[in-house]
Design a protein around this ligand. Structure first.
Ligand code: 4NP
Length: 147
């Protein structure tokens, strides 16, 4: 099934970018999938994505302005089929609220690497994050579509 949740720390940089990239691909491929994003932290809850990420995504035809940050919760493991953490800390924080028994599977989005946090860096970091996310998302979609 196609219910995908992308999770980072603040839900204002990396996971909204993944959210927007996935939504663009869902529209492009005409899929009936649910896409959302969340943060393990609540500091930015209710806020739109970082303006630097909004701008970088807009240059790639992706509109992040409707998105609002929220904190990941245990119920997300029932509401989604696949949850993707952007870095190891996000993964561990999600594993700590994961209910026992059934529920979404949990992955490190890049499997063998982390999506670097661009928050305290320059504009180049936002481009790098989008490059990593767009490349990986093609593989994720190919993998899930054949299941
Ligand atoms: P994100 O980036 O996890 O990719 O959304 C961050 C955003 C905010 C903070 C850290 C990372 N912060 O500490 O406020």
């Amino acid at each position: 099934m196609g219910r995908l949740l992308f999770v980072c720390l603040g839900n204002i940089c990396r996971s909204p970018a993944a959210d927007g990239v996935a939504r663009q691909m869902v529209a492009r491929e005409g899929l009936d999938w649910t896409i959302d994003s969340a943060g393990t932290g609540a500091w930015h809850a209710g806020e739109p994505p970082d303006p630097r990420m909004i701008e970088a995504a807009a240059a790639r035809g992706i509109d992040l302005t409707p998105l609002r940050a929220r904190q990941a919760v245990t119920e997300d493991f029932q509401r989604f089929d696949h949850i993707f953490a952007m870095d190891h800390r996000n993964y561990e924080d999600l594993a700590a609220i994961r209910p026992s028994g059934t529920g979404a599977d949990l992955h490190l989005f890049l499997e063998t690497a982390e999506v670097p946090d661009p928050y305290y860096g320059g504009d180049q970091g936002f481009e790098q994050v989008l490059d990593l996310i767009q490349d990986r998302m093609e593989i994720v979609f190919q993998t899930l579509k054949v299941r």
